[in-house]
Write a protein that binds this ligand. Structure first.
Ligand code: F6P
Length: 376
């Protein structure tokens, strides 16, 4: 009997998703004769049983397209807004999985998806995942698809910002995505020749950033590009966040619901203030250096459009490998990039395993040796 598999894409969209869907579905259908059912809009579509049969016609012409033909959402199986109320939809998901007689479900997503996938595995479903995110912050995989495309877009943006910063003798503070990881800002900052790169992993001293710009000014460089990761923080803010994290842990230990809610809300406001932070930083640097300053927030531009060749190859590679694993009865794992090949990692090890930039990473060392100010 041929196998029946489901596929969904969850979390933020990422270039290369369609290559991965196509990779799984082509190999599953053409090599192994499996039937492939797509679920729309992430875990929500599975909970609501909204499907799309991934037949050959659906797979043609999608390799070069950004986004995901299945649609996506940030809904979690155990916490889904249905008619204005938050509900646990895990049972509905298990029911639909069984109703479709699935032999396996492929969940393509980032860190959050890996956690959600583990929960479904624990409910007895055969789950297999692939790592995608422009943030490159999923642990135990060399890289994630989407990252290379976003890196190219952010680098091109920095290239373009150079000529306007240079012409107007300005500081341009460019905010780059990455959630709490600095991979995109660091990579594009080095590739684009930024003068300052600020990462979540290295809390910055404002005066040191201003000094680096003033130093350039003294040496005839009357403009500067500051590449700031959306999660970057000053040492003062980082200390405040550290205190809040401790408060939250204490509240959770003592089961103090009110204190937990307060700490969580305060922490969320730090996360939400990405754009505000960039604007504030631009003002502060203008005041401290005397150079006119402008903020630029690249935002979702970094996730949109045609995937790079690297991401198309990675998505195709992991997608076809995923079909091989299912055929061999391997589930409960993430299909991870490993050199030119792949490896499988148990979901228990992947869930919650965030890959931040290690302080001794060669890219950090390269940036320092190039004289780029990292604010520390
Ligand atoms: O995880 C990808 C990402 O683009 C992050 O870099 C960013 O913090 C977040 O998603 C933005 O999420 P949303 O698209 O839901 O606003």
């Amino acid at each position: 009997m041929s196998k029946r598999i489901g596929i969904l894409t969850a979390g933020g969209d990422s270039p290369g998703l369609n290559a991965a869907i196509r990779g799984v579905a082509k190999a599953a259908r053409n090599i192994y004769g499996m039937q492939v059912i797509g679920f729309k809009d992430g875990f929500r579509g599975l909970a609501e049983n909204r499907t799309l049969m991934l037949e050959p016609g659906m797979l043609s012409g999608i390799l070069t397209i950004g986004g995901t033909i299945l649609g996506t959402s940030r809904d979690k199986p155990h916490k889904m807004k249905i008619g204005g109320k938050t509900q646990d939809m895990t049972d509905a998901i298990v029911e639909n999985y069984n109703a479709h007689h699935l032999d396996a479900l492929v969940c393509i997503g980032g860190g959050g998806t890996q956690k959600n996938a583990l929960q479904l595995k624990m409910k007895g479903l055969n789950i297999i995942t692939m790592p995608k995110t422009i943030d490159n912050d999923v642990g135990l995989t060399d890289t994630t698809f989407g990252f290379d495309t976003a890196l190219g877009i952010a680098t091109e943006a920095i290239d373009r910002l150079h000529s306007t910063a240079h012409s107007h003798h300005r500081i341009i503070v460019v905010e780059i995505m990455g959630h709490r990881a600095g991979w995109l800002a660091l990579g594009s900052g080095i590739a684009g020749g930024a003068d300052v790169i600020l990462l979540p992993e290295i809390p910055y001293h404002l005066d040191k950033v201003a000094d680096a710009i003033t130093h350039r000014l003294k040496h005839g460089k009357n403009f500067s590009i500051v590449a700031v990761a959306e999660g970057a923080m000053s040492v003062e803010d980082a200390a405040e966040v550290g205190d809040l994290v401790k408060k939250l842990a204490k509240a959770e230990e003592g089961e103090d619901k009110r204190a937990r809610k307060q700490a969580k809300a305060a922490l969320r406001s730090f996360e939400a203030s990405g754009g505000d932070h960039t604007l504030k930083l631009a003002h502060q640097l203008e005041d401290l250096t005397g150079l006119e300053s402008r903020p630029t927030i690249l935002g979702h531009l970094q996730r949109g459009g045609t995937p790079s060749a690297v991401d198309r190859i990675l998505g195709s590679r992991l997608g076809t490998a995923c079909a091989d694993c299912i055929e061999q009865g391997i589930t409960g794992v993430m299909v991870a990039a490993c050199g030119e090949g792949y490896t499988t990692v148990p979901l228990e090890e992947v869930a919650g395993n965030k890959k931040l930039v290690p302080l001794d990473h060669p890219w950090v060392d390269t940036a320092r040796r190039l004289g780029i100010c990292l604010g520390d």
